[in-house]
Design a protein around this ligand. Structure first.
Ligand code: AMP
Ligand code: GLY
Length: 426
């Protein structure tokens, strides 16, 4: 099979690296890709947000058998619908199902209707009403811009003053653009043992009939050590989550995952692909923080290296609706990904800095924002590289990843030094 992966980031490189191991796969393509994907796939320079351009490409390339649509934006735009209408086989939800990520208000309404545990909330399209509600509830309180905002449209406000300012930013200043026309105001959930609460990302394969959770991962969304600084797309991950147990997995399957799959079916929005559950272990049990309609980034970078089963076989089974027939197996060790970022990220940063790479031991470099310019590897984004290490334990994997990170350099590079430490006493 010839397979094309849509997207440019570390997640897409990680998916390509996993597909490359499959005996079923002949040739890989990536639209548009980066310098890392170019090493194992043919990069295709087509704008995947332009559905007609992708359709034209697909029509001109009948040799491509399978499309993996990964980022949230083309999913929300209906790229899977367009490709399937041409008879192409795809991994990823159609537009109707992708709404579970593209509208937080929709996702909250679905959870309310089907009794899926999540934080209490109200939705507003009026700034005055939202302000009145925020003042009534007081802090801490969480504000979320309704639409897609690159993972940055969520404000966890410790004080009422912060909440008032945040509401103004979202709804009046439109810092997140049209995503802020509607705001979700949520109760701030408390973790069972930690504040802020302990979070886990559980990605799941589903064909709409069966849902199979993958190995768990923990993300680090803030830019600085100790979960300080601004929210980012994710500064590192580790797998598995230390506090995860078989009992928790059963609770989550029974109370969250299966009910979500069934709810989407009941709403005529059957989801096929990777459904991402952002969960929090609270003093009142496991609750949903957010859904994503796709693989997480940088969760995928630590989850897929742990997968023993052929990823292409799983993709095929999801597309054909026979996920129940295959057994999905995982390694018993651990995996850590440390993201190396451009100085200034998640705000403004410079691109085009030359990257030098020394000894990285047995680690894998997953490329995110990289490019080749005049024969040299250069930075081309905020999150540039992920150093991925496997080990018997998180500690072993973490030491390996940090040893390699020290041998990678460019002007103003930075990374968090505490990936893989939290929740250790679980
Ligand atoms: P999201 O983009 O929805 O994942 O939110 C970003 C981050 O905000 C989450 O990873 C949590 O750390 C935090 N967060 C979101 N909603 C809540 C909530 N209701 N209570 C506490 N923390 C939250
Ligand atoms: N790592 C969080 C996300 O992919 O949204």
């Amino acid at each position: 099979m010839n397979v094309l992966v849509i997207g440019n980031g570390g997640r897409e490189h990680a998916i390509l690296l996993a597909l490359k191991k499959s005996p079923k796969v002949d040739k890989l393509y990536c639209m548009k890709g980066n310098a890392g994907t170019a090493q194992i796939a043919e990069n295709v320079d087509v704008d995947y947000m332009n559905i007609d351009a992708v359709k034209n490409f697909a029509a001109a390339h009948p040799e491509i058998d399978y499309y993996v649509v990964t980022p949230d934006d083309p999913l929300a735009l209906g790229l899977v619908d367009a490709l399937e209408a041409m008879g192409k086989r795809c991994f990823g939800p159609d537009k109707r199902a992708a709404i579970i990520e593209s509208s937080k208000a929709y996702a909250k309404g679905l959870m309310k209707k089907y009794n899926i545990p999540t934080a209490e909330y109200e939705i507003f399209d009026s700034y005055d009403k939202a302000l009145e509600y925020v003042r009534k509830k007081g802090a801490p309180i969480v504000l979320k811009a309704d639409g897609l905002a690159l993972g940055k449209g969520v404000l966890v406000c410790e004080t009422l003053k912060q909440a008032e300012e945040g509401l103004k930013e979202i709804m009046l200043d439109k810092t997140f653009g049209a995503a802020g026309n509607v705001v979700v105001v949520e109760e701030c959930m408390k973790g069972l043992k930690y504040t802020p609460g302990e979070e886990v990302s559980v990605l799941a394969f589903t064909d709409g009939k069966t849902i199979v959770p993958m190995i768990t991962a923990c993300d680090h969304k803030r830019a600085q050590d100790g979960d300080k600084g601004l929210n980012t797309g994710g500064m590192g991950t580790f797998s598995p989550c230390p506090f995860w147990t078989e009992e928790l997995e059963e609770e989550v399957l029974e109370k969250i995952m299966i009910p979500t799959m069934n709810a989407l079916n009941a709403e005529g929005r059957t989801f096929k692909g990777c459904l991402y559950f952002g969960l929090m272990r609270t003093d009142k049990g496991m609750k949903v923080v957010e859904y994503n309609s796709r693989f997480g980034d940088p969760e995928t970078q630590v989850v897929l290296p742990m997968l023993k089963t052929d990823l292409m076989e799983i993709f095929d089974a999801v597309t054909d609706g026979r996920l129940a027939d295959i057994k999905i197996e995982w390694d018993s060790g651990a995996c850590v990904c440390v993201v190396l970022a451009s100085g200034g990220y998640p705000l403004s940063y410079k691109k085009g800095k030359e990257i030098t790479i020394g000894d990285i031991g047995g680690c894998t470099l997953v490329h995110a924002g990289t490019a080749v310019k005049d024969g040299k590897l250069v930075t081309n984004g905020g999150r540039v590289l992920g150093v991925v290490a496997k080990g018997e334990t998180i500690e072993a994997a973490r030491n390996k990843a940090y040893a390699a990170a020290e041998n990678i350099k460019w002007e103003n590079m930075y990374y968090r030094k505490d990936i893989g430490i939290k929740y250790r006493e679980g």
